[in-house]
Design a protein around this ligand. Structure first.
Ligand code: FPP
Ligand code: MG
Ligand code: MG
Length: 348
């Protein structure tokens, strides 16, 4: 019997796996241009953040390797052989974790340009440290290097799945930039956008971890991994939006109330608007008039909006746990469960 999920530190479990991570990324993004190299490396040095996504990818890689119980139980066409722990497999799964973080960081560097955000991970954003041009190139460059690393996995299915994740990231940004007044009020639109923006990368990375672990696409293990990533990603984004609303820049390491400033209505506001219809015109005009942001904040705080958004995150976190319920017992599985339980309470 391993420790109960509550005693597990999911980040500590894979810390060793991720230790060579920054160094090899830094080597990988070395260019002849010192500014570009520095900009691309920026978030892999001291400010490496929580490494949430690579942690999930590594835990999933280990959890699916713990045994093939569910696939073996199903039998028939869906069954895949129980994977053996294989060093090459493990190396590829670690590379997947790196690729996932590189894509994420590239998207953040670009995101801060698009959002005109000055800070990230408690430091200046790359475009503020250097310039917009350098930030655009540094993001592109990281993506290019991530693509090379992806090709080296020699798995066409994984390449396609991760390429789809990239596509989704861009789709999410487009949805956000082009939302109509009707879209802005629509919780379904908000959730689809959240899937594209956040859940897709986590979900596709989890699915890829299972594929690299030797499971076939569509097998119970692969589907479970994908579902886990989908629900955890949604829980994570909803909480991010709650924190944007309730947190302070100090704690978040990035500006608070950024969403409303960008004209975006997130879960707490959308739920609040069901109770207080007077929020609808403010949402539709993207909080653009003098005092709109403050008024919205006051109105939302007088509703169940924040609590309902929080409960939505709890719901998805629980669905993530349910998705991997039939995985064989392992420390990595406990880590994944703990991560899901942590998602709704994380501070930043
Ligand atoms: C953060 O959201 C942004 C993302 C999760 C995705 C950004 C994607 C792009 C800019 C498309 C280009 C993609 C690549 C791979 C270069 P946010 O602005 O809501 O969150 P924040 O508060 O952390 O800024
Ligand atoms: Mg942003
Ligand atoms: Mg953004």
């Amino acid at each position: 019997d391993g420790p109960a999920p509550n005693d597990v530190d999911p980040f500590a479990l894979v810390k060793k796996d991720l230790a060579p991570f920054s160094d090899s990324i830094k080597e990988l993004v070395e260019t002849e241009n010192p500014v570009l190299t520095a900009a691309a490396k920026h978030f892999f040095e001291k400010r490496h953040g929580k490494r949430f996504r690579p942690t999930i990818a590594m835990l999933m890689s280990r959890a699916v390797q713990a045994g093939g119980a569910i696939d073996r139980d199903v039998g028939g066409a869906m069954a895949t052989p129980m994977p053996v722990v294989d060093p090459l497999r493990y190396q590829r799964q670690s590379q997947l974790a790196q690729i996932t973080e590189m894509i994420h960081v590239a998207s953040l560097i670009h995101d801060d340009v698009l959002d005109e955000a000055d800070t990230r991970r408690g430091d200046l954003a790359v475009h503020k440290l250097y310039s917009n041009k350098v930030a655009v190139l540094a993001g592109d460059y990281l993506l290019a290097r991530a693509s090379v690393l992806l090709a080296r996995l020699e798995n066409v299915q994984v390449v396609e799945i991760m390429a789809n994740a990239l596509d989704a990231l861009v789709q999410g940004e487009i949805m956000q930039a082009k939302s109509s007044a009707k879209d802005l009020l629509d919780l379904g639109h908000y959730l689809r956008k959240s899937y594209y923006k956040t859940a897709s990368l986590i979900c596709n990375s989890c699915c890829s971890a299972a594929l690299l672990g030797g499971y076939t696409y569509g097998s119970p293990t692969t589907v479970a991994a994908e579902k886990y990533g989908y629900h955890l990603g949604l829980a994570y984004q909803v909480i991010d939006d709650v924190l944007d609303f309730t947190g302070t820049a100090d704690v978040l390491g990035k500006p608070a109330m950024a969403d409303m400033t960008l004209g975006l209505a997130t879960a707490p506001i959308l739920y609040a608007a069901e109770e207080k219809k007077e929020l609808k015109p403010l949402i539709k005009r993207r909080f653009k008039e003098q005092g709109d942001v403050e008024q919205t904040y006051k109105l939302v705080m007088g509703t169940e909006g924040v609590e309902r958004a929080y409960q939505l995150a709890v719901f998805h976190a629980q669905r993530a746990v349910d998705a991997i319920a039939s995985f064989p017992p392992s420390e990595a599985k406990d880590g994944l469960i703990k991560l899901a339980h942590m998602a709704p309470v994380r501070i930043a």
